[in-house]
Write a protein that binds this ligand. Structure first.
Ligand code: ACM
Length: 472
């Protein structure tokens, strides 16, 4: 049975430390909560404490809280959120928003909270189906409630090219034009101004945008736009099917590197965050020798422009410059390349497809999504640990976890939401909450509380039968 009264720990991700004061409650208005959120967003707290009605937001040098941690105290007379950095205040306010949902009555006590991992990511695939700036922002607004702090945008693939690159206009004229995307149903692209708008909106919310240009494979859209990049210089046909592994940049051609350098410099200049994602996955039509030769020239480029490279874990076949991050995506529990990369001091983001891929179907009847990595019901997304998943990958080598969402079967924001909720909260909790603080039965109860909230907000979530949702 679900308890009738709210509990201080009814938060996702579960906070690191919760000390309830059951005799105490404090009621806030939605307006006060909104003012607290606005105060953090406006940057008013950079140097000064501010008082927004009944909610006090304070900077404190208690460095035990770290860059993103916060201390939240709810007494009979008010609420105080303290943090060393504004990001911590922001996450503290997200906790308050969850606790105040519904009637605005906050359970009393103290929460002391900080994340397990620095990188808690979600990926959206704009290549197989384009989503507009407003759609990306609205999606981000839902992600931050769960303290997701990296938004990975998969900007290019065989079916589309979604970011303006000055000097290479046909990439987006053709690669973002009519008929692009899977089944030709996802046209569109971001201008650099659009991209800057998304990046700034994310940054205000303490989210780092991680842009991905997938190479040397997954490049058919680029080859269609610029046949001089193909092996024989001959035109290739556009494709809107969901096959993978048939396209490649040419490792032995200088045009390739002029193109890649312009793209990566453009991306580095447009991206304040520290990472550029270079893809590197599923290069089934690139020889192993060409793959390594290509990466030997391309992996140093992010560093040249002041960034760190992230790549899907296949890049571990190449020599990885210091600072390179490997994102593991396969379901298998062994990967020799990743093991060697970790032994050489490289860090890892865990995204095993059979746990974190939001585009896997929940069950055999799920209308959307794929099933190549199996079905991923909510418990499967929740009940695993990134430090126990892949041989050689320990807590110390983990930068974090991320939940990719590929768009082959998606045609709308409602489709995005349906596959994202309630599984994204599961992955977010894995990224934030200490291992010892995680428990499926507890998560199951807490995630049920979001059903009515998502309904009120018009969010098209999946009413997973594993969850005891309150009746509408
Ligand atoms: C991937 O799913 N090919 C990274």
């Amino acid at each position: 049975m679900r308890p009738q009264t709210k509990r201080l720990g009814d938060v996702i991700p579960a906070p690191a430390l919760v000390v309830p004061e059951p005799a105490v409650t404090f009621a806030i208005t939605p307006e006060a909560l909104a003012r607290a959120g606005a105060a953090v967003l406006s940057g008013a707290l950079v140097d000064v404490s501010a008082d927004s009605g009944e909610i006090r937001l304070e900077r404190s040098d208690a460095d035990a809280l770290g860059a993103e941690g916060y201390r939240l105290e709810i007494t009979a007379t008010g609420v105080t959120v303290r943090a060393a950095e504004r990001a911590g205040l922001f996450w503290g306010v997200q906790t308050l928003v969850q606790l105040g949902a519904g009637d605005g009555v906050l359970p009393g006590g103290v929460i002391e909270d900080r994340p397990r991992f620095a990188y808690r990511g979600a990926m959206l695939d704009l290549a197989r189906h384009f989503f507009t700036v407003d759609e990306i922002k609205a999606h981000l607004d839902l992600l931050i409630q769960f303290k997701i702090n990296h938004l990975h945008l998969h900007l290019t693939d065989d079916q589309g090219w979604r970011l303006e690159i000055p000097g290479w206009p046909r990439l987006t004229e053709i690669g973002g034009g009519p008929g692009t995307g899977c089944d030709g149903e996802g046209p569109g692209f971001l201008t650099l101004a659009d991209y800057a708008d998304v990046v700034a909106y994310a940054a205000e919310r303490f989210v780092t945008v991680v842009p991905e240009i997938d190479m040397p494979g997954h490049v058919n859209a680029a080859l269609v736009a610029y046949p001089e990049l193909t092996a024989d210089g001959q035109p290739v046909a556009p494709r809107t099917d969901a096959e993978v592994g048939y396209s490649s940049l040419v490792a032995g051609k200088e045009e390739t590197y002029a193109f890649v350098e312009t793209v990566l410099k453009t991306l580095a200049d447009a991206t304040p965050g520290p990472y550029l994602h270079l893809g590197g996955d599923e290069c089934l039509s690139t020889t192993a020798e060409d793959y390594r030769a290509f990466l030997a020239r391309v992996l140093p480029l992010p560093g040249k422009y002041g960034k760190r490279a992230i790549g899907w874990h296949e890049i571990a076949a190449a020599d990885l410059p210091e600072g390179t991050v490997v994102q593991y995506w396969r379901p298998e529990e062994q990967d020799a390349g990743v093991g060697a990369a970790v032994a050489a001091g490289r860090s890892v983001i865990m995204s095993p497809a059979d746990r974190t891929y939001l585009d896997m179907k929940y069950d055999a009847g799920t209308r959307l999504g794929l099933d190549w990595a199996g079905l991923v019901p909510v418990r499967r997304a929740y009940d695993w640990d990134p430090a126990e998943r892949l041989a050689g990958v320990t807590e110390e080598s983990l930068l974090g976890v991320a939940a990719p969402l590929w768009s082959e079967t998606l045609r709308s924001v409602a489709d995005v939401q349906y596959l994202t909720f309630p599984r994204l909260p599961a992955v977010a909790e894995i990224g934030w909450t200490p291992r010892a603080g995680r428990d499926w039965e507890s998560f199951r109860e807490r995630v049920a509380l979001f059903g009515p909230r998502w309904e009120a907000a018009g969010v098209s979530y999946f009413r997973a039968p594993e969850i005891d949702w309150p009746s509408a």
